[in-house]
Design a protein around this ligand. Structure first.
Ligand code: A3P
Length: 305
């Protein structure tokens, strides 16, 4: 905690200074990035130097797909349902982000099995991962809800342009948003979906059957939970409990992740809010794009059309 929060090299104070110097998102190999969270140097170091270990567990997501929900679930599985860890340690210290220089350093210094998080597209991901036995959980959400959720995050962020929903829709479908085009992220990572060490988890499936989903995740990780431990994982990772947990949903977290935003990480926690935002024309345009980009992956891969 102190490494990240006290001033000095690599601290959030230093990152905030960096942002004051550069108030703009920037492009790295065609992908838009947040200078507060990730510098160009961090991206080079993450891809070329960061060493993924065989016993690492990595949460991968496109932003607003349920990253923090998965961090909470995996933290609670690790602590066998005991909530004291998730109640006392911020999520970004329980599962640090690879693409943030300070957190990458903390990960490098950590002994034992590590839990870590990333939004990086496959071509920017640490090269060492591809020859490791590390386990990845890739959380995927209906991109229409991702777009809607991201719009509310962007709206509150002083670094990002304050677009109308219509403008934001157009930027999202062109990939002119942080971490690039959703379709590219999915196409890149889904290539690995048949690997034994790569588990795809849908946000909507977590909502539909959280007990079955957590059991599947435990099986993937080779973890056994007693029934009361499993109950505690489910209770403490529920939307209502997470929303009250300052270690996941507070200004403390926002300072670390996307300073200058007032948007909560836990907003509504429902599916199909996009239907309250998309016009008929936008819905049709999105369906067409979805078919063009992803239909070759085969029918019924995703739990939404
Ligand atoms: P909404 O903005 O649609 O509410 P991420 O952690 O990747 O940034 O994703 C944030 C989204 O996941 C937000 O979506 C947030 O509300 C939702 N979320 C977080 N925890 C959740 C939970 N326990 N149950 C359901 N949704 C959750």
């Amino acid at each position: 905690m102190s490494v990240l929060r006290s001033g000095g090299p690599g601290s959030f104070t230093e990152q905030e200074d960096r942002v004051k110097m550069s108030q703009q998102l920037y492009l790295f190999e065609g992908i838009k990035m947040n200078p507060l969270f990730t510098s160009k140097e961090d991206l080079h170091r993450a891809r070329d130097e960061f060493l993924v270990r065989d016993d690492d567990v990595i949460i991968l997501t496109y932003p607003r797909s349920g990253t923090h929900w998965m961090i909470e679930i995996l933290s609670l599985i690790t602590s066998k349902g005991d909530p004291s860890w998730v109640q006392s340690v911020p999520s970004f210290l329980r599962s640090p982000w690879i693409e943030n220089g300070t957190m990458m350093k903390a990960l490098e210094e950590q002994d034992g099995p590590r839990l870590m998080t990333s939004h990086l597209p496959i071509h920017l991901f640490p090269k060492s991962y591809f020859t490791s036995n590390a386990k990845v959980i890739y959380v995927v959400r209906n991109p229409r809800d991702v777009l809607t959720s991201l719009y509310y995050l962007a709206k509150e962020n002083k670094l990002w342009k304050q677009d109308s929903f219509d403008e934001y829709f157009n930027r999202f479908i062109q990939g002119d948003v942080i971490y690039g085009l959703w379709f590219d992220h999915i196409l890149g990572w889904m290539e690995r979906s048949d690997k034994k060490s790569f588990l795809v988890v849908f946000y909507e499936e977590l909502q539909r059957d959280i007990r079955g989903s957590v059991e599947k995740i435990c099986q993937f990780l080779g973890k056994n939970l007693e029934p009361e431990e499993l109950d505690s994982v489910l209770h403490n990772s529920s939307f209502s409990v997470m929303k009250e947990n300052k270690m996941v949903n507070s200004s403390l977290i926002n300072q670390g992740f996307s300073a200058y935003t007032k948007a909560p990480i836990l907003r509504q926690g429902i599916s199909e809010d996009w239907k309250n935002h998309f016009t008929v024309a936008q819905s049709e345009a999105f369906d067409k794009l979805f078919r063009e980009k992803l239909s070759h992956l085969g029918p019924r891969l995703f739990p939404w059309p």
